[in-house]
Design a binder for this molecule. Structure first.
Ligand code: 13P
Length: 287
């Protein structure tokens, strides 16, 4: 059964580790992430962007696929199904479809509007026992057409949103979606420390997990980050493994063209990436 992300993230914050959110794109992705979480006895959050939701034929299809896998694969670790960077309408649709967690990304609105909309969703999510992630300060890079510049959030605004009773808070600290540019300034730990000081026990979320050096990840966790989002890194690993298979001509040998064979190296590459991240984030055996 899907669970809200509240308990797993509060435990992570108290225990000084982070739960990974891994974005899904299709059946192989979902199966790879769920099996790895189960093997490592780790809680996990499956992230679905609005674009990926559309690609997978809508939120109801996603809920059906994930619930089916939890049962058929005997997944017993805590799993939350979470809308990533949702609009207000998208969040409502996911709630109706059966997601156990949603993110409302109101960071591009003026702070008053972000507060008003987040507040409404807090009430809805609380009633239904779902977790809600809010965001302050756009996160840089590009994801499904949303572009930013490695922005840094205002800690006072973070406190205002945190006080609304959200479950977890994403705050820009110079992080960027996708690959980091060579001249990236790195994470702003001063900002993170101030945000953590003002928001206390609130689990903080670090987006743009791809390519952040291990030491920076560990420092971010020590300063209150309890959820780390990873998307691009699984895509790069999947693409590289698939390229290698095709370039070695394996799709031309025997039944190598069978999608169950063709997609297997990419599937294994996602599993390896998720394992590496769970070990780095410290969530192994924390189910
Ligand atoms: P990356 O694609 O950079 O890993 O970011 C993922 C993310 O933050 C999803 O919200």
């Amino acid at each position: 059964m899907l669970v809200s992300a509240k308990e797993m993230l509060n435990k992570a914050k108290a225990g000084k580790y982070a739960v990974g959110q891994f974005n899904i794109n299709n059946l192989e992705w979902t199966k790879a992430i769920l099996l790895t979480a189960q093997e490592l006895n780790s809680p996990v959050i499956l992230g679905v962007s609005e674009g990926a939701g559309k690609y997978m034929c809508g939120y109801k299809t996603v809920v059906g696929m994930v619930n089916g896998m939890l049962e058929e694969l005997n997944i017993t670790v805590p799993v939350a199904l979470h809308l990533d960077h949702g609009s207000y309408e998208g969040a409502k649709k996911c709630i109706e479809a059966g997601f156990s967690s949603v993110m409302f990304d109101g960071s591009h609105y003026p702070i008053e509007e972000n507060i008003a909309k987040t507040k409404e969703l807090v009430a809805i999510c609380n009633d239904l026992g779902l977790s809600l992630e809010a965001e302050v300060g756009a996160i840089g890079g590009e994801e499904d057409g949303v572009v930013g510049n490695g922005e840094v959030a205002d800690p006072e605004e973070c406190k205002m949103i945190s006080d609304l009773g959200v479950t977890m808070l994403a705050a820009g600290i110079g992080n960027i979606h996708g690959k980091y540019p060579e001249n990236w300034a790195g994470l702003s730990f001063d900002t993170l420390a101030k945000i953590q000081e003002l928001t206390g026990t609130m689990p903080l979320v670090l987006h743009g997990g791809t390519g952040i050096p291990a030491e920076m990840i560990q420092k971010a966790i020590s300063l209150g980050v309890s959820k780390i989002n990873v998307n691009t890194e699984c895509q790069l690993a999947f693409a590289a493994a698939t390229r290698e298979y095709v370039e070695a001509g394996k799709d031309l040998q025997g039944k190598g063209f069978d999608p169950r064979k063709l997609l297997a190296p990419g599937f294994e590459a996602i599993k390896a990436t998720v394992k590496e991240k769970m070990e780095l984030f410290g969530s192994v055996n924390k189910a």
